[in-house]
Every structure is written in C-alpha cells, then in structure tokens.
Design a protein around this ligand. Structure first.
Ligand code: HEC
Length: 122
C-alpha cells in the first residue's frame, strides 16, 4: 500500500527522497573510504611492508606484529600512541613521529583493516 498524504491524498514522496539521499551519502562515504585505502596502500608498500610484509600479512620477524585485518580504531589509536609518546618502541616511535601525520594514519589504518588477516573462530 502506498502511504498517502492526508491533506492532498497524494502519495507521500518524502520517504523516497530521504532514501535517495541516504543512498547517495553511502556511495560517497564508500568512495572516500576507498580513496583512503588506496593512498594507504601506496604508503604501506613504500614504508611499512619491508617489516610488516605485503598487506601487513607476513612480518619479517616474530617480534613484528601482523597488521592485516586489525581493527581500524586500534590501528589509529596505537599509531597515535607511538606518535605522541604514549607507547614506545625505538623503531615505531621514530617512524610515527617522523613520517606519519593524522591523515596518513587514517589512510594506513583503513588499508590494513580491510586486508584479510587472522580470523578467530567463534
Ligand atoms: C623497521 C621495521 C618496521 C617498519 C618499517 C614498520 N614497522 Fe610497525 N612495527 C615494527 C615492530 C618491531 C613493531 C613492534 C613494536 C612494539 O612492540 O611496540 C611494530 C608495531 C607496529 C604496530 C603495532 C601493532 C600492534 O599489534 O600493536 C603498528 C600499528 C605498526 N607497527 C604499523 C606500522 C606502519 C603503519 C608502518 C609504516 C608506516 C610500520 N609499522 C613500519 C617494525 C616496523
């Protein structure tokens, strides 16, 4: 049944408009995330893959964590922690302080968080 405006007895269009706007917003949001992911990949390949491996999935030594599939929020938090001295590691603190800004941190986090990584069976 089509919802009708009680005053004019015409079908209501507002719902469709709101829906169209929501779909547009989603498409733009997805585009933005995709752009961040691509820029993140370029930086990751250049700067991080040498230790964390391609897509953050094959670290070169056991003391280097896998990044693939890690939560976006966790990655943003931890990279900011290195950057602002709340977590310290000779290598990562230097990289975060000298080579990463807020935008790059979000891009790298976006990229690594959508890579296939370890999964936990539930
Ligand atoms: C020279 C090797 C090296 C490079 C290059 C490097 N990392 Fe790391 N990364 C490490 C090591 C070692 C650790 C573990 C540090 C610790 O114990 O705090 C680490 C830890 C991390 C962590 C914490 C992960 C966790 O599970 O807590 C993140 C996130 C991270 N690196 C991101 C990056 C990003 C992004 C880049 C590129 C901009 C990068 N790393 C480049 C060696 C490296």
């Amino acid at each position: 049944m089509i919802a009708r405006n009680p005053d004019t007895n015409r079908p209501r269009r507002a719902g469709a408009l709101v829906l169209a706007a929501a779909v547009c917003a989603m498409v733009f949001a997805t585009d933005a995330a995709l752009a961040r992911e691509e820029t993140g990949k370029a930086k990751a390949d250049l700067t991080c893959a040498v230790c964390h491996g391609p897509a953050g999935n094959k670290p070169i030594s056991p003391d280097i964590p896998r990044l693939a599939g890690q939560q976006y929020d966790y990655l943003v938090q931890v990279l900011n922690d290195y950057r602002h001295g709340r977590r310290e590691n000779a290598i990562m603190s230097t990289i975060a302080q000298q080579q990463l800004n807020d935008k790059e941190i979000r891009e790298l986090a976006e990229y690594y968080s959508v890579q296939k990584g370890l999964t936990v069976k539930r």
